[in-house]
Design a protein around this ligand. Structure first.
Ligand SMILES: C[S@@+](CC[C@H](N)C(=O)[O-])C[C@H]1O[C@@H](n2cnc3c(N)ncnc32)[C@H](O)[C@@H]1O
Length: 170
């Protein structure tokens, strides 16, 4: 999560907050000698968006009353339908101030054979989170409440199996 707007003095506030479920990733980020003093890494689970949005370290870095950029990149395909991914994203969007943007990239079943999709799902069944690649229509539902920024939902630049897009809150 990154502040998107200026603070009135024309300068962008150099602050960001990174979220992961993996404790070692948080430890690694905190141990980086050249870490940005305006950055923080927090351990959290997107399935608990209120816990993330209210996290004290995040709140110390990010003022949600100001516009922010939220990157939900390559994460929503780890949240199965039974964990309500669409309402989760709605909670995140509701917390954003006008002028904020959310960027989403998501593994897609488009152009994949049912056999290939099954292979991916079987592979991730051994992992810490299941893989839930979704169709273009299913991914588009994540973008349905805000203004979609051009060029809309397109292939993410270098990841042939991801679809991505950005939407702005007015
Ligand atoms: C493929 S990496 C993407 C990392 C980063 N977002 C990016 O775009 O480079 C997937 C990340 O999603 C995180 N993740 C998986 N399930 C999650 C969940 N339920 N809540 C929060 N993060 C999750 C993992 O910890 C991992 O850091």
């Amino acid at each position: 999560m990154i502040p998107a707007g200026s603070r009135g003095n024309g300068l962008r506030r150099p602050a960001s907050s990174t979220l992961t479920t993996i404790p070692v990733a948080v430890s690694h980020e905190r141990a980086l000698p050249c870490g940005d003093p305006g950055a923080c890494a927090i351990q959290g689970d997107l399935r608990d968006p209120h816990g993330i949005l209210g996290h004290p370290e995040l709140r110390a870095q990010i003022d949600l009353r100001e516009p922010v950029v939220i990157l939900l990149t390559a994460v929503l395909h780890f949240i199965p339908d039974e964990d309500q991914p669409y309402p989760l994203v709605d909670v995140v969007k509701a917390a954003m101030a006008p002028g904020s943007v959310v960027v989403i990239s998501h593994a897609t079943t488009n152009d994949l054979s049912p056999h290939a999709v099954k292979q991916v799902q079987e592979l991730y069944a051994q992992a810490t989170a299941p893989a839930v690649p979704r169709s273009r229509e299913e991914i588009a539902r994540f973008f349905d409440s805000l203004e979609l920024v051009r060029p809309g939902i397109v292939d993410a630049a270098c990841w042939a199996l991801l679809l991505g897009g950005m939407e702005r809150k007015r």
